[in-house]
Ligand binder design. Structure first.
Ligand code: IDP
Ligand code: MG
Length: 135
């Protein structure tokens, strides 16, 4: 069994899409091993997205991710990391396949409703970020 870290981002929480997104998660046979709601401070959002520090969209991303409540989830399934990324669709919803969560729900390339870890190392780091000691 593999674990990944998913986030229902502030734009989706604000539009009351938590229920429909959790329904999609369950329909696609992910086991929700943990779930919590949290509002990140700007400093926490900056640390979470540290690898994008040099990108032109970084400040705006930090503002958005700290703008409201989010839900963090640990999802379990064989190939959870790849399967969750596939279900989400690509970063830009304009490039996403019909049926993918970002195609269905994203507002734009930034406010794209969901997050997923992109490797086993990232998954462990991000699970620890939200659910580890002091998380
Ligand atoms: P991912 O979420 O699909 O893994 P990343 O490239 O890791 O995409 O980017 C992290 C987040 O930063 C995206 O989900 C999105 O919210 C935001 N982002 C990425 N590229 C852009 C952009 O070109 N403009 C604005 N925001 C972006
Ligand atoms: Mg990423």
């Amino acid at each position: 069994m593999e674990r990944t870290l998913a986030i229902i981002k502030p734009d989706a929480v604000q539009r009351q899409l938590v229920g429909v997104l959790i329904s999609e998660i369950e329909k696609n046979d992910f086991h929700i091993a943990a779930i919590k709601t949290q509002r990140l401070t700007a400093a926490q959002a900056a640390r979470f997205y540290d690898k994008h520090r040099a990108k032109p969209f970084y400040d705006s991303l930090v503002t958005y991710m700290s703008s409201g409540q989010l839900f963090a989830l640990i999802l379990e399934k064989p190939c959870a990391i790849k399967d969750w990324r596939h279900l989400m669709g690509p970063t830009n919803p304009k490039q996403a396949e019909p049926g993918s969560l970002r195609r269905l729900f994203a507002i734009d390339v930034q406010q794209n409703s969901v997050h997923g870890a992109d490797s086993p190392q990232t998954a462990e780091r991000e699970i620890n970020f939200f659910f580890g000691e002091g998380g």
